[in-house]
Design a protein around this ligand. Structure first.
Ligand SMILES: NC(=O)c1ccc[n+]([C@@H]2O[C@H](COP(=O)([O-])OP(=O)(O)OC[C@H]3O[C@@H](n4cnc5c(N)ncnc54)[C@H](OP(=O)(O)O)[C@@H]3O)[C@@H](O)[C@H]2O)c1
Length: 162
């Protein structure tokens, strides 16, 4: 099983604001769609609720402590352990946020796909965890400029997974 995380962050690891994304670059949305296509995506309840619907063409799993939670076109689990149990036979799994999920599952991720956006947001309220970059090999997959903002599509690969 390949376990990865995927997120888009600002200069200070800003992730979100008011339960929504800060930046909405269509190039980044496309990268997310293409990278996660056909895979399993695991997310926190708040991230699920920030989406218009479950993500098509992917197995969607939502984590919540609310035992009666219903999520259309998604499976619901009550804990990290339960999430890890039901994904164990899946080939490609992406943890897609939010902050609480990135933090909890960081030790399991062999790959972190980070779109590093060269911009900042002073009133962000959610941040990607400040992880130890020395444990990863960094590769810039692509670098583009959109409206004078640079987006670096970066892959952090855990060194012990080479
Ligand atoms: N920039 C990006 O790439 C990106 C990606 C994803 C999300 N975001 C942003 O991140 C923000 C949301 O992140 P967030 O950290 O506030 O929320 P979140 O991680 O999406 O969801 C948090 C909820 O998940 C459930 N949960 C988390 N850990 C759990 C566990 N161990 N066991 C059971 N349930 C658990 C709880 O739901 P219950 O309260 O129902 O129990 C918790 O309140 C939004 O602004 C969103 O737009 C940004």
């Amino acid at each position: 099983m390949n376990i990865a995380m995927i997120a888009a962050v600002g200069k200070h690891l800003e992730l979100g604001k008011n339960n929504d994304l800060i930046w909405h670059f269509k190039e980044d949305m496309r990268f997310f769609r293409e990278t996660t296509r056909g895979a399993t995506v695991v997310m926190g309840r708040k991230t699920f609720e920030s989406l218009p619907a479950a993500l098509p063409g992917r197995r969607n799993i939502v984590i919540t402590k609310n035992a009666s939670y219903q999520a259309k076109n998604a499976e619901v689990v009550g804990s990290m352990e339960q999430a890890l149990e039901i994904i164990k036979n899946d080939k490609n799994v992406f943890f897609i946020g939010g902050a609480s999920i990135y933090k909890a599952f960081m030790p399991y991720a062999q790959k972190i796909f980070l779109t590093e956006i060269d911009d900042e947001c002073a009133d962000a309220d959610t941040f990607f965890p400040d992880f130890d970059k020395s444990l990863y090999k960094k590769e810039i997959l692509n670098s583009i400029q959109v409206n004078n903002v640079t987006l670096n599509f970066t892959l952090y690969l855990k060194k012990d997974c080479d």
